[in-house]
Design a protein around this ligand. Structure first.
Ligand code: SF4
Ligand code: SF4
Ligand code: FES
Length: 348
């Protein structure tokens, strides 16, 4: 079936969501996400950060949907037309949702281990939430110890449920969940029982904020001072494919590898994550080249650029004033000098 998002049309399989279709197109039309995670089952629909405007429901029923829809749980219909980055309504609503998430969020960034790779920071920056109107007391929680490896900062939690879905999917017995509702909802282990199964560390990776952080990396370094390297080891429990965050020769942190949407490619076990902090334990493949836009890749490793081949005269693509008429007026052919320049550009 066909769907058009921000003027880009794409063919997708039935059952594809608007968000998945947008990710296939890529670029600015991809809505931000806080709760959706493609590697987790039954995930999304909680945060409303991914709202889009459906300007045409489908070919059969072209009426627009009156309310904005969360793109991560809205299935594509044939002929659907969606406005994402081109919808002022959607952008305004996303900004309002972000403001809502920030109402109770502490200003911990200077001391928060997630800073630099935090989806909430990126979301607030992307949605231009630079000011707060909130003057009331923020909601706070008593600190709770949930085990030797994971640090829970409930004050920073955005209740996206990703960690709960991950525990459901990866661990045989989930020992934590969201208790309470509305303003009192919180992540807890009920009886402060330690989360001690061998894949629990992945909760740190899926948490979009600094609510669940690595205790073994706590206050060790700001993430942008580390250099990420892809590495692997022979592991009997998981694929053993990880990212090492190094400071010189010292491995300061081990995480799963993440894709451009900041989602884990393959979940790793706690042994790889917490027990192998020596460079000799790993086969280092090389520096990571692919990273979501964030403070981490400023002056660092950047996204690999794919050369796009467009079938038209090369100089027209340069966008020079004198070339513009060639696009609209085919009777203006290139003159001799321009032909020479095209030939030279092709040879370079
Ligand atoms: S979770 Fe993100 S936004 Fe919140 S304090 Fe940490 S870095 Fe800042
Ligand atoms: S602890 Fe993190 S992953 Fe879990 S619900 Fe809160 S923000 Fe989401
Ligand atoms: S990402 Fe779609 S509702 Fe959270």
């Amino acid at each position: 079936m066909k769907v058009t998002i921000d003027e880009h049309t794409i063919e997708v399989e039935p059952g594809t969501t608007v968000l998945q279709a947008a990710r296939m197109i890529g670029g600015d039309c991809v809505p931000p996400t806080m709760c959706y995670y493609s590697k987790l089952e039954d995930c999304g629909g909680k945060c409303r950060c991914c709202l889009v405007e459906i300007s045409k429901g489908s070919e059969r029923d072209p009426r627009p949907m009156p309310k904005l829809q969360p793109s991560c749980v809205t299935a594509v219909q044939d002929g659907m037309e969606v406005k994402s980055a081109t919808s002022p309504r959607a952008l305004e609503a996303r900004q309002a949702v972000t403001e809502f998430l920030l109402i109770n969020h502490p200003l911990d960034c200077p001391v928060c281990d997630q800073a630099g790779e935090c989806d909430l920071q990126n979301l607030a920056y992307g949605n231009k939430n630079f000011k707060t109107r909130y003057i009331e007391q923020k909601r706070t929680y008593e600190p709770e110890d949930i085990g030797p490896y994971i640090q829970l900062h409930m004050n920073r939690c955005v209740l996206c449920y990703r960690c709960v879905k991950l525990a459901d999917q990866l661990t045989p017995e989930r020992v934590h969940g969201v208790i309470g509702r509305g303003d009192h909802a919180q992540i807890s282990t009920y009886i402060s029982k330690a989360i001690d199964n061998n894949f629990s560390g992945n909760m740190i990776d899926v948490c979009p904020v600094g609510a669940l952080t690595d205790k073994t990396f706590r206050f060790e370094s700001r993430v942008w001072f580390n250099k990420p390297f892809n590495a692997h080891r022979d592991c009997p429990h998981c694929s053993g494919k990880v990212t090492l965050w190094m400071f010189g020769d010292h491995v300061q942190r081990v995480t799963a590898r993440k894709d451009e949407y900041h989602e884990v490619e393959e979940f790793i076990c706690n042994e790889c994550r917490f027990d192998h902090k020596k460079a000799e334990d790993w086969v280092i493949e090389g520096p990571r080249k692919f990273e979501k836009d964030s403070v981490l890749n400023v002056n660092n490793y950047t996204r690999q650029l794919k050369k796009v081949k467009i079938d038209t005269d090369d100089l027209v693509l340069e966008g020079r004033k004198q070339d513009q008429k060639k696009i609209s007026m085919s009777e203006f052919p290139f003159d001799q000098a321009e032909m020479e320049a095209i030939k030279k550009a092709n040879e370079e």
